[in-house]
Design a protein around this ligand. Structure first.
Ligand code: PFF
Length: 472
């Protein structure tokens, strides 16, 4: 076994190839797929956004995913340390580690607001559990209550600042528990047991939805390409969603890559991770939008979409309370396997940098992210008027929660990805990259072309037209 930085204790790592795949898919698949993807697709007009998103996943996300896992595996350390090692071996400046320090900061910020949404999921688990007790096993959810009542659950939660903060704290505390236990006994355990269960239930719900809701309307909405809708801001939103969903640009996948054994083919596993992640996002869209249209809801309802439309769908479903409860338990699992990866990136860094034990490093990250998350939670109620960057067009009308989301998905992630592409494509020595990427022949040349030219160029253009749309 390889050893850790002291050269004696074995270094932490995944116990097998499939454990890595499950953990990485667990990191990728989460609230980004089920909650953020439908909300962003709806807010950005549907088809054009969705198709551009798929384009970004294949031609930008996938090559960057391979680049990040490759950096991690070669470095076998926290993200900044891995970058520094590769830079040193290539005879380049150690300052390149800044790219991963940005990333670690980004992961920390995402963690803070991600756990707020994790708290909403816990709330719905509670609501469905008590409904199941009240209405019995066979009944639909919230029987006999108008759809407006079901829709009103989320605003009801938003109005209760104490409950929002409490649930956020509970979610981040659960994340803390698993990360503090370590890579193979904590993080890996969650992923191996919970991800397969999640996939199974999710598919079942979608198949049911395909037979009952406004399915064809949803398909048309999600997949009709209207070029006039592809504006700069829509493109930036799509690329940001692709990164968010694939856990890229914030050192998450670099950190997980560091625990991968030498025998794993990183190109192949990257393909599996991106494929599974995109499939779940599209299935989520196909599960949620039929209900949105059938119930006459607005597709651009924003962050509430998943939390409002699906519970309405569960109303008319046989065994609806039970299915609803199972569904939100599964979303909770999927969110947890992502939040552990978000917490792991800054934890691995702090542990190494300050030479701390894992539990202490995890605790420091948890407390700091929890405090920032409180501001995000309060932006839905008592602090809704606080719009710290409202004077900039990109952040117009945004409270803390939206500011943290925009800063990460529309700035830190794309910038992190540009730097990663340049680093792997131009800075790191070819020999070293060749030995890690698991590709050969034309495919390897194509990947190098994407990393060297297409990714940096396309991302720079998208950032500019997304932030300054008047240029177009
Ligand atoms: N990919 C996760 C999701 O879609 O929910 C969110 C995420 C996890 C982003 C880990 C970034 C990260 F490093």
């Amino acid at each position: 076994a390889t050893t850790g930085s002291d050269g004696v204790t074995p270094r932490e790592g995944w116990s097998s190839r499939s454990a890595f795949i499950l953990a990485a898919v667990g990191s990728a698949v989460g609230l980004g797929n089920m909650w953020r993807f439908p909300a962003e697709a709806g807010a950005n007009g549907g088809g054009a956004f969705v198709l551009f998103y798929i384009f970004c996943v294949v031609l930008i996300g996938l090559p960057i995913l391979l680049s990040e896992t490759l950096i991690g595996r070669h470095g076998q350390a926290s993200a900044p340390e891995s970058v520094r090692k590769i830079a040193a071996e290539s005879g380049k400046s150690s300052h390149w580690d800044t790219l991963a320090s940005f990333g670690v900061t980004g992961a920390f910020i995402v963690l803070s607001f991600y756990c707020v949404v994790g708290g909403w999921v816990l709330y719905y688990v509670g609501v469905f559990a008590s409904d199941l007790v009240a209405t019995g096993l066979t009944g639909g959810a919230f029987e006999g209550r108008p759809a407006e009542d079901v829709e009103a659950l989320l605003p009801g939660l938003f109005g209760n600042a104490g409950l929002m903060v409490g649930l956020h704290a509970l979610f981040i505390a659960i994340t803390f528990y698993f990360v503090s236990r370590g890579v193979s006994s904590g993080i890996e355990w969650v992923a191996t047991w919970l991800m397969p269960a999640f996939f199974f239930l999710f598919l079942a719900i979608t198949i049911y939805g395909a037979f009952t809701g406004a399915f064809s309307e949803a398909v048309a909405y999600l997949f009709t390409f209207d070029a006039s809708k592809l504006t700069g801001p829509v493109m930036l939103a799509a690329v940001g969603q692709a990164f968010f969903s694939l856990s890229l640009g914030v050192a998450g996948m670099m950190t997980y890559g560091a625990y991968v054994g030498r025998d794993v083919n990183l190109a192949g596993t990257s393909g599996i991770i991106a494929g599974a992640d995109t499939a779940v996002a599209l299935i989520a869209g196909l599960a949620i939008f039929p209900i949105v249209f059938a119930a006459g809801l607005e597709p651009n309802a924003g962050p509430g979409l998943m939390f409002q439309s699906l519970p309405i769908g569960f109303q008319n479903m046989p065994f609806g309370s039970l299915v609803g409860l199972l569904f939100f338990v599964m979303v909770f699992f999927a969110a947890l396997t992502s939040s552990v990866s978000l917490m792991e990136a800054p934890t691995a860094w702090l542990k190494e940098k300050a030479n701390l034990g894992r539990p202490v490093a995890t605790l420091i990250v948890t407390v700091a992210a929890a405090l920032l998350g409180v501001l995000a939670a309060l932006s839905f109620n008592t602090m809704s008027d606080f719009q710290p960057l409202g004077f900039l067009p990109l952040f117009e009308g945004q409270g803390m929660f939206d500011v943290l989301d925009t800063v990460t998905s529309k700035i830190l992630m794309p910038v992190g990805a540009i730097l990663t592409a340049v680093f792997v494509g131009w800075i790191a020595e070819r020999r070293l990259i060749d030995s890690e990427n698991g590709l050969s022949g034309p495919l390897e040349r194509f990947w190098l072309f994407l990393v060297r030219w297409l990714c940096p160029a396309a991302l720079t253009v998208i950032l500019i037209v997304g932030i300054f749309p008047s240029i177009l």
